[in-house]
Design a protein around this ligand. Structure first.
Ligand SMILES: NC(=O)c1ccc[n+]([C@@H]2O[C@H](COP(=O)([O-])OP(=O)(O)OC[C@H]3O[C@@H](n4cnc5c(N)ncnc54)[C@H](O)[C@@H]3O)[C@@H](O)[C@H]2O)c1
Length: 354
C-alpha cells in the first residue's frame, strides 16, 4: 500500500476547526483506495509567533520539502499585522516551492443559493488561475524616511516573461483538460499600467496562438469584476496577476454561495516541490472557536490535493459527497442559511463517503 506524507499546518482561527474534518475525510477515502496518509502536524502560525517571534521556525521549509503535499488551514490573528502573518508563513512557502499556479474553482452546487438572482446550480462553473509567485506580491520595495512626516513607501511589481508565459500556458492547458467552454479570459489593466500589463497582453497572445481550439477574451480588471456579477456563467478559465485574481477570487467565492465553499490549490505544476492546498478563506476571527464554521472549503481543498496526488477517483468521491450533502440541504452551516455545526457537516460528508 502506498503511503503519502502530508504536512499539515492548521494555523490560526478556524484553521484548527476545518483541518481536522479534512483529515478525517482523507483518512476515510484512503481506506477505499488502498492508500495511506502519514500526517505530519506543524503547530506554526500566530501562537508560534507570540511565543518565538516568528510564524514558523528557521528550517521550516526543509521540514516541508520532503512531504508529498501540504494542507493548510489559515493564518491571521487580530493582534498581529496581516503583512507579518502572510509574509511570515504563506508567501515564503508559495515562493520557496515555486507554487506559481494558484487554482480557485468557482462552482455553484445544486441546492446552494447564489446571492445573484439569476444563476441556478451548475450555472456558475469556472476556475480562477492566479499567478502566485511574483507580480504585485513580489515584496520588492522599501521605506524612505520611515515614520517621518515626509516618509515614502515604494512597492514594486515584478512581471517576468517567464512568469507570465508559464501561468498563461497553465491556464490554456487547464481549459483543454476541463473540456467545457474551452475559453480563457485574461485579466489585466493594460490601459493604465503600460509596461507590466502590456507585456502580459503580448505574452498572452503569443501563448494563445498555440491553442487555436480555445476561445480567448481579454478584460480589464474593473470590467472583469463587473462581469463576474453580470455574466458569471460565461467564464471557463480566468487568468490574471497575483493581486487582481486575489480580489476577483473573493467575488467568485461569494457568488457560489459562501467563502465557506471556496477551495484552492497552490501548485508547482512541474512537481519539483510539494504543492499546498488550502481554503480560500482566512482565519474568520468573527466566528472562530464557536464550532460553526463551514468545513467544506477545506474538505474540497483536500479533494483537490487527492487529484494532484494522482488519486482522481478518490477526489471525485469526496467532491460527490460534498455535492450530495449540499443537494439534500438538510445539514448546512450558518453561512449557507442552516443551523448545523462544523462537526455535523463533517459527519454528513463522511457518511456519504461510506
Ligand atoms: N490564506 C489565508 O490564510 C488567508 C486568506 C485571507 C485572509 N487571511 C487572514 O484572515 C484574517 C481574517 O480575514 P478576513 O476576515 O478578511 O477574511 P476571512 O476569509 O477570514 O473571513 C471573511 C468572512 O467570510 C465569512 N467566511 C469565510 N469563511 C467562512 C467559512 N468557512 N464558514 C463560514 N463563514 C465564512 C465570514 O463571515 C467572515 O467574516 C486576517 O488576518 C487575514 O489576513 C488569511
Amino acid at each position: 500500500m502506498k503511503t503519502l506524507t502530508i504536512a499539515v499546518i492548521a494555523g490560526d482561527g478556524v484553521g484548527v476547526e476545518v483541518i481536522p474534518p479534512a483529515k478525517r475525510v482523507l483518512e476515510k477515502v484512503a481506506r477505499l483506495y488502498d492508500v495511506a496518509f502519514a500526517f505530519q502536524d506543524f503547530d506554526w502560525g500566530s501562537q508560534h509567533y507570540f511565543r518565538w517571534g516568528h510564524m514558523m521556525p528557521a528550517g521550516a521549509l526543509d521540514l516541508l520539502s520532503p512531504c508529498d503535499a501540504i494542507l493548510l488551514g489559515a493564518v491571521g490573528h487580530p493582534d498581529i499585522p496581516d503583512h507579518t502573518t502572510l509574509n511570515g508563513l504563506l508567501l515564503p512557502i508559495r515562493r520557496a516551492f515555486d507554487q506559481y499556479a494558484n487554482v480557485r474553482p468557482a462552482f455553484l452546487y445544486p441546492g446552494v443559493t447564489s446571492p445573484l438572482a439569476k444563476p441556478r446550480g451548475g450555472d456558475i462553473d469556472f476556475v480562477v488561475v492566479r499567478e502566485n509567485t511574483e507580480g504585485e506580491y513580489a515584496q520588492v520595495g522599501g521605506f524612505v524616511y520611515q515614520h517621518q512626516p515626509e516618509e515614502i513607501a515604494i512597492q514594486t511589481s515584478v512581471f517576468t516573461r517567464r512568469g507570465i508565459e508559464r501561468i498563461v500556458r497553465f491556464a490554456f492547458e487547464l481549459a483543454v483538460k476541463r473540456g467545457k467552454k474551452r475559453r480563457v479570459t485574461s485579466v489585466t489593466k493594460s490601459n493604465a499600467q503600460g509596461y507590466s500589463m502590456v507585456l502580459w497582453d503580448r505574452v498572452f497572445d503569443e501563448v494563445a496562438a498555440g491553442y487555436p481550439g480555445i476561445e480567448t477574451e481579454s478584460l480589464l480588471v474593473d470590467a472583469a469584476a463587473m462581469n463576474f456579477i453580470r455574466r458569471p456563467e460565461s467564464f471557463d478559465v480566468v487568468v490574471g496577476s497575483n493581486l487582481f485574481c486575489d480580489i476577483l477570487s473573493d467575488i467568485s467565492a461569494i457568488i457560489i454561495g459562501s467563502m465557506g465553499l471556496a477551495a484552492s490549490a497552490n501548485l508547482d505544476p512541474e512537481r519539483r516541490f510539494p504543492s499546498m492546498f488550502e481554503p480560500v478563506h482566512g482565519s474568520v476571527p468573527d466566528i472562530a472557536g464557536q464550532g460553526v464554521v463551514n468545513p467544506l472549503a477545506a474538505i474540497l481543498s483536500a479533494s483537490m490535493m487527492l487529484d494532484h496526488l494522482g488519486l482522481s477517483d478518490a477526489a471525485v468521491k469526496v467532491e460527490r459527497a460534498v455535492a450530495g450533502v449540499l443537494a439534500e440541504g438538510k445539514v448546512r452551516t450558518r453561512d449557507l442559511g442552516g443551523t448545523s455545526s462544523t462537526e455535523e457537516v463533517a459527519a454528513a460528508v463522511l457518511e456519504k463517503i461510506a
